[in-house]
Design a protein around this ligand. Structure first.
Ligand code: FAD
Length: 266
């Protein structure tokens, strides 16, 4: 883990958080497990027969229909943790438990624009590691800006002198973000940072859009999913986890997943 500068209650993996799932895959495969990416679970049911090869301490086990690059398959396991987002989890659970009262709001669309700029005026990090923009601000459309190379020393070490990495975020509740592009982000970044960022300053850019990205975390929603979790708990060898159950953010999600894994291995 790499800590941000002193005072910040944040941390990430050196080199970027994308390294975490890669490390997880290596650990799973190293322990003899299998990881299938690009593969969607489409149906879930109790395994039919006690001797179908899925029997475990909790009973006959589970069968998951999946579809992926290698076509369709049925995966069988004595115990199963469902860790998809809420909507597919509810689809998979329908027919096994009453999911009726769980209301899943669509979530906000979020678009991040990462900009690599050459702008020595940013060496002094005029806004520290970043800022949040209050709703209704007229001068910019962005809702937040992270001066990523000021926030993460490992990223600063990967830049050349005078080069900076910025991440500009878009997507307030109900707002469409499909028209967001690097030109808009560069303009907003210049306004927010108070330094000129002409088009010639732009070295590289990447736009990443996520639809319905953040799970609902209202108390009412969490109470609904807690009740659903109890109903799922009555099914031997099956548990649900993920942000839609645990609340948004890695701290909540990881703690919940660890608790579920602990229960399952008892
Ligand atoms: C832009 C953005 C920035 C964020 N920044 C932070 C941050 O700085 N710090 C922080 O703590 N949190 C952050 N979060 C929140 C954090 O990413 C989430 O709370 C967390 O990743 C949720 O984990 P999860 O396992 O529940 O869901 P996900 O990480 O979404 O994993 C669910 C997985 O299920 C897969 N899936 C979906 N449907 C199916 C199906 N039918 N069959 C099989 N697989 C399926 C998906 O492909 C996905 O891989 C951020 C979120 C977003 C969107």
């Amino acid at each position: 883990l790499a800590a941000a500068p002193p005072g910040a209650a944040v941390a990430t993996t050196t080199g970027g958080l994308f390294r975490l799932p890669r490390a997880l895959r290596e650990a799973v495969e190293g322990a003899g497990g299998q990881v299938r990416t690009g593969t969607r679970a489409t149906a879930l049911r109790r395994a039919g027969e006690p001797d179908s090869g899925t029997s475990g301490p909790d009973g006959p086990g589970w069968e998951v229909a999946v579809t992926g690059p290698d076509g369709g398959a049925i995966l069988r396991a004595p115990r199963l943790v469902l860790a998809t987002p809420g909507a597919p989890a509810l689809d998979l659970l329908r027919g096994l438990v009453d999911v009726g009262d769980v209301d899943l709001p669509a979530g906000s669309a979020i678009t991040h624009v990462t900009l690599v700029v050459r702008a020595p005026a940013l060496d002094a990090a005029p806004r520290g590691s970043g800022l949040l923009v209050p709703p209704g601000a007229a001068a910019v459309r962005a809702k937040a800006l992270t001066h990523a190379s000021a926030k993460w020393p490992w990223l600063a070490a990967a830049t050349t002198p005078g080069e900076h990495v910025l991440r500009v975020s878009y997507g307030r509740p109900g707002e469409r973000t499909d028209d967001v592009d690097p030109t808009l982000a560069l303009r907003d970044a210049a306004t927010l940072l108070g330094v000129p960022l002409p088009p010639a300053a732009l070295r590289d850019a990447r736009v990443v859009a996520r639809a319905g990205a953040l799970a609902a975390s209202t108390p009412a929603h969490l109470a609904q999913v807690a009740r659903l979790g109890e109903r799922v708990r009555a099914l031997p060898g099956l548990r649900v986890t993920g942000a839609w159950v645990a609340g948004t953010g890695l701290a909540a999600v990881v703690a919940h997943a660890q608790a579920v894994a602990g229960e399952m291995s008892q």
